[in-house]
Design a binder for this molecule. Structure first.
Ligand code: 17E
Ligand code: FE2
Length: 440
């Protein structure tokens, strides 16, 4: 984290109102741990007013009890329209991406706006309760009625006091391979969806896949939107749409307004091609989102043994200085029937699947669900523990990010816009009456 009391941005703005005198802040978080130091964090007018030691009183005070304070968790990639439908109308028994798409197509037949609103809101509440205050969700546009789009646009407004929700127009069954796929995608953008999506590896031919990427970029330029494409979500080493996304990013100059999601085939490319591609990706400067919980289960399904991990080259992208963040992808739907939306879980899984086990690598996986994700979503200007930024932060039952991942720590406080919106007590474990904390 760059934030810290030694950073001049975090100087104490006022020495008025010593502890015990009159309240000068709306809210003060006491005794929080930040970069190994005990600090207080003061909030005024919904923004961070000061970070330092011995700050004046707040009208409201929260005791962090020595636990770490962090900017909120961020969900870079989830499907809120499909969430909480696992088993409806049937379970995905093969566990493949393709049975997932077919199962969702059946469930879509009975979709109503109210149905989507209720399920999406429920998951967002689970996420906000666990400190996830920014969410990017894909929404399927391959539906002649755009039912899910209408519903999620409503949800985006209704949840403003809980989370900052960004929507991606996602043509699940293709832009060129689904009837009127392009028109529906464009209509979703006209209706106010924030980001343009795509799924080139699911278009009927390679040519259609490449063309679909170009269409997505043209629409993004026309409507001034970001791009986030489901790209090469397959183990097929011949699936090479990421190079088209990189080329379009370079051509358009969109850089970090572009995200390639999944890119699991990158884990199956031979090294000669992967090495060449990496140079183009650096030049493009786009973002990457990996979904380790879901892709470790969806991919490798056509392999016997050895069985591939089915994840993109997370460690290598990170080592190259490219921005990588993580998504949950699915919570209880046709692609993944488990989950709670707690973003520490995909970070924890990334440590394992990407073998990010080095001391700094584990911490890097925490960054992938916090500040890297803020870059992916394009919200970095209003994110982070810095004076003047919105007072969005969480307290975790851990001394630091490394330990938060090790123990999948409880998020004990969630503050959004200077208001405490959620609180939790870590489970108290006793063995023969003696407290077990899992701390050394
Ligand atoms: N649709 C898709 O194409 N890929 C996924 N991983 C999910 C939905 C969840
Ligand atoms: Fe996805």
């Amino acid at each position: 984290m760059q934030a810290g009391p030694q950073n001049p941005k975090h100087r104490i703005l006022s020495n008025l109102g010593q502890k015990g005198k009159w309240p000068i802040y709306d809210l003060v978080l006491r005794d929080a741990r930040l970069e190994g130091q005990a600090v207080d964090l003061a909030v005024e007018g919904g923004r961070i007013a000061a970070i330092g030691q011995g700050l004046g009183q707040g009208r409201e005070e929260i005791d962090a009890e020595g636990r770490m304070v962090s900017p909120p968790l961020i969900e870079s990639h989830v499907h809120l329209d499909t969430t909480l439908t696992a088993g409806e109308p049937k379970w995905n028994e093969s566990g493949t991406l393709f049975e997932g798409i077919a199962t969702w197509a059946l469930r879509k037949e009975s979709l109503t706006e109210a149905d989507v609103v209720v399920r999406a809101t429920e998951l967002l509440r689970w996420q906000a309760a666990q400190g996830v205050l920014f969410v990017r969700s894909h929404v399927d546009t391959t539906d002649p009625d755009l039912t899910a789009v209408k519903a999620l646009l409503r949800v985006r407004e209704q949840v403003r006091d809980l989370v900052d929700l960004q929507l991606v127009a996602f043509p699940q069954e293709g832009i060129l391979s689904y009837p009127k796929g392009e028109e529906l995608l464009e209509e979703a953008l006209r209706m106010g969806v924030d980001v343009v999506g795509g799924i080139p590896h699911y278009e009927l031919t390679r040519d259609m896949g490449a063309e679909s990427v170009k269409i997505a970029f043209r629409l993004a330029e026309k409507y001034d939107r970001q791009v986030d494409i489901h790209c090469d979500e397959t183990d097929d080493p011949q699936s090479r749409f990421l190079e088209v996304v990189a080329a379009e990013t370079i051509r358009s100059g969109m850089g970090d307004r572009v995200t390639a999601s999944h890119t699991t085939a990158f884990g199956s490319y031979d090294d000669a091609y992967a090495f060449k591609l990496m140079g183009f990706l650096r030049r493009a400067g786009l973002n990457f989102v990996a979904n380790p919980l879901v892709n470790i289960t969806l991919q490798g399904r056509m392999d016997t043994y050895p069985k591939r991990r089915g994840m993109t080259r997370v460690k290598e992208l990170w080592q190259e200085g490219l921005n990588v963040s993580l998504g949950y992808d699915d919570v209880m739907d046709p692609w993944y029937s488990l989950g709670t939306g707690n973003m520490l879980q995909p970070a924890h899984m990334a440590v394992h699947v990407a073998q990010m086990t080095g001391r700094q690598q584990v911490v890097a996986c925490y960054d992938m669900v916090t500040r890297n994700a803020a870059r992916t979503l394009g919200v970095a200007d209003r994110y982070g523990l810095e004076v003047g930024k919105p007072a969005d932060f969480i307290v975790l039952d851990a001394p630091d990010a490394w330990d938060a991942l090790r123990r999948l720590a409880t998020v004990t406080k969630v503050v959004k816009g200077g208001r405490l919106i959620a609180a939790a007590t870590p489970p108290e474990v006793r063995l023969k009456g003696e407290r077990i904390t899992f701390q050394r």
